[in-house]
Design a protein around this ligand. Structure first.
Ligand SMILES: [Zn+2]
Length: 649
């Protein structure tokens, strides 16, 4: 596809041999491929440049530069991107979904059409014309740049916390319609705006050397010229999360100290007033936390600390509600994200960390400024990251353990209230006592219809017990397994195979498949099939896309590989923490042919089996087998179709 608009992608890279290939691959797989892709390995001591050269891209290898990333960007911009209409800036560990650059281009095209010309000269002037303050007026300004909504994939504790935090950042920016940072992680910037910034007299190119947060400074200059900078409503970018507290601390100190230094230099004006406000509220919440601890400690010391409902129950409950509400906005959230929000302790731990770096940075930045000293925070952050790369897994810092332990303690406390089993439900102990013989129940005399029970996201520690119990009630089910969990619980998968349950493919890492490049999405499916086959000797016979997120290409691909796509027609919503009888109420709505969605990651699922057995008996329904059907069935509830049906087992 040719286009008269010239788009150049600049990707500075410093020792990124592990991620550079994926970043380039994702750019080359764009629906709208940039006209030029420039990879800029600078000062690398690893294979980053060699790997980049294996792709059809321009590689501009540079030695170690005094001004590192900013200088690398400037040199590449001067050589390759000065005449571009749009410049895409990407970190070398960012992966863009295939729609990204096309969507960014459309944002600019739409804006140029609205403002008459793409070479629009924003009402220039450095501060002479006051920048508008109201979102409504800001929306009228020409578009200077559009940041991606960056997020990180992964199921570990720190990643989830960072994902929740960035999701909050994105939401705020989308709501107000502007942002003060076009994140260097992934952003599209107007070529005209960059030319105007480069023409300012304090710099060699658009990126300045005296700032540690060069993307913040550049965004400020673009906004100062009268442009609007926004977060794209549609472009996501995937990046690496910091994996240790140390690395996270290093990254945040760099951002925080850099932002404070820039703000102190720029001062308070209409463009920075929100940033100042954020700094102040950050400091305020840090001090509120210190004060809270001081008060509690004092009360302890003088022996006046008493249990008060308001403080110990009502206030935390209020925060829990806020957190859970927010958790539903996290991209790619799963039940654990919601659980964390519910437990509040993980996010509290993160808030303490943030209070820590806010305070540290506010002490550090003015001291640095006064002494004229510049700590190399790039280096500090890089070393912190490299540290974890070398010793992955071994160097989990004590902080994480403490936080995890508090989380577990909270779970334990919360579950005390749930320790009394509801009458009539078999407890795990009771199940264990029944031995291996069949429970005295041979199913309904007549099967007036067949439904399929399906369990997603396993296997877990409860899977084998659930399967065993199903068998003893004369029920069958399909288990849609993820590769990550299969690797953790291979015995459970073997138990499912031995019990004769249907085994389905639920991808390796449970991603939103349609957000991935198609090749990667297919790999998720194939790799998981291989994994399950390696454990059980049989390939899975069904496929279910995580979150039901699918498209025609994926359905066809799964079918060709012998795994017809299996969605669901009845969702029990068991994952939101329903009790067994609430889940069973949903199953009471089942009718012939239904495919029922559940998850097998909680012990309540074991307790639910007995209820399901009697409910299905009451409805004269039996559990059936899911088989491919040449007809495609539309599922009104999901507004999607699948080509399977339920037949007698
Ligand atoms: Zn799932």
């Amino acid at each position: 596809m040719s286009s008269e608009r010239h788009i150049v992608a600049l990707v500075p890279a410093y020792n990124e041999e592990e991620s550079i290939a994926a970043t380039i691959e994702a750019v080359l797989n764009q629906e709208r491929v940039p006209d030029k892709i420039v990879i800029i390995p600078n000062g690398c001591s690893d294979r980053t440049a060699d790997i980049a050269r294996t792709f059809p891209v321009t590689v501009m290898e540079l030695p170690r530069l005094e001004h590192k990333k900013s200088e690398a960007l400037n040199r590449a911009w001067l050589q390759y991107a000065q005449d571009a209409d749009v410049v895409i800036c990407l970190d070398a560990d960012t992966v863009l979904p295939p729609n990204a650059i096309g969507d960014w281009e459309q944002e600019f095209v739409y804006d140029w059409a609205r403002h008459g010309s793409q070479a629009v000269t924003a009402f220039a002037g450095t501060g002479s014309s006051p920048a508008p303050l109201r979102s409504r007026d800001i929306r009228e300004l020409p578009l200077g740049g559009s940041s991606s909504k960056f997020t990180m994939l992964g199921k570990d504790f720190l990643t989830r916390l960072q994902r929740a935090e960035f999701s909050r950042w994105t939401d705020t920016a989308l709501r107000r319609g502007w942002t003060s940072v076009l994140a260097g992680t992934g952003a599209a910037i107007s070529g005209e705006a960059l030319r105007q910034v480069a023409a300012m007299d304090d710099r060699e190119g658009p990126w300045i050397y005296s700032s540690q947060v060069e993307d913040f400074e550049l965004t400020y200059r673009i906004r100062q010229l009268g442009y609007r900078c926004q977060v794209s409503p549609t472009v996501r970018a995937y990046t690496d999360a910091m994996k240790t507290v140390k690395a996270l601390w290093g990254q945040r100190m760099k951002w925080q100290v850099g932002t404070i230094e820039d703000l102190l230099k720029i001062g308070v004006n209409r463009l920075t007033v929100m940033d100042w406000f954020q700094q102040l509220s950050g400091m305020f919440s840090a001090f509120a936390r210190y004060l809270w601890v001081a008060v509690i400690l004092t009360l302890c010391l003088v022996g006046h600390l008493r249990f008060q409902w308001l403080w110990w129950v009502a206030v935390p409950l209020f925060f829990v509600v806020l957190q859970v509400k927010h958790a539903h906005r996290i991209p790619h959230r799963d039940r654990v994200d919601v659980l964390y929000a519910f437990l509040i302790i993980p996010s509290e731990a993160f808030a303490w960390l943030r209070a820590g770096w806010f305070t540290a940075a506010w002490i550090q930045a003015p001291v640095d400024l006064i002494r004229g000293r510049h700590k190399d925070r790039w280096g500090l952050q890089y070393r912190a990251e490299a540290f974890r790369r070398g010793l992955v897994g071994k160097l989990r810092l004590a902080g994480i353990r403490v936080v995890a332990a508090s989380g577990i303690a909270t779970v334990a406390l919360l579950s005390i209230g749930n320790l009394v089993p509801a009458s009539g439900l078999p407890t795990v102990e009771a199940i264990a006592r029944t031995g291996t013989g069949a429970i005295n129940h041979s199913g309904p005399a007549t099967c007036r219809g067949y439904v399929a029970l399906t369990y997603d996201d396993g296997p877990t520690q409860y899977t084998a017990a659930t399967s065993d119990l199903l068998r003893r009630y004369g029920l069958h089910a399909a288990f849609f397994l993820t590769g990550e969990h299969t690797e953790l619980n291979p015995d459970a998968v073997r138990a499912l195979a031995a019990d004769g349950q249907m085994i389905g493919n639920h991808t390796v890492t449970h991603p939103h498949l349609t957000d991935l490049p198609i090749s990667q999405a297919k790999q998720e499916i194939l790799d998981n099939a291989d994994l399950i086959e390696a454990v059980t000797g049989q390939r899975p016979t069904l496929f279910r896309p995580p979150y039901g997120d699918t498209n025609d290409k994926l359905s066809a691909f799964a079918l060709r590989n012998g795994m017809p796509e299996t969605l669901w027609t009845l969702d029990t919503n068991d994952w939101i923490g329903k009790t067994p009888s609430q889940v069973d109420d949903e199953i009471g709505k089942a009718k012939d042919g239904d495919i029922i969605l559940m998850h097998d990651d909680e012990d309540t699922d074991i307790k639910t089996v007995a209820l399901i057995a009697s409910t299905l008996r009451r409805l004269d329904l039996c559990t059936g087998r899911i088989v491919p059907d040449s007809a495609s069935h539309h599922i009104p509830l999901l507004d999607k179709s699948h080509s399977v049906k339920v037949v007698p087992w």
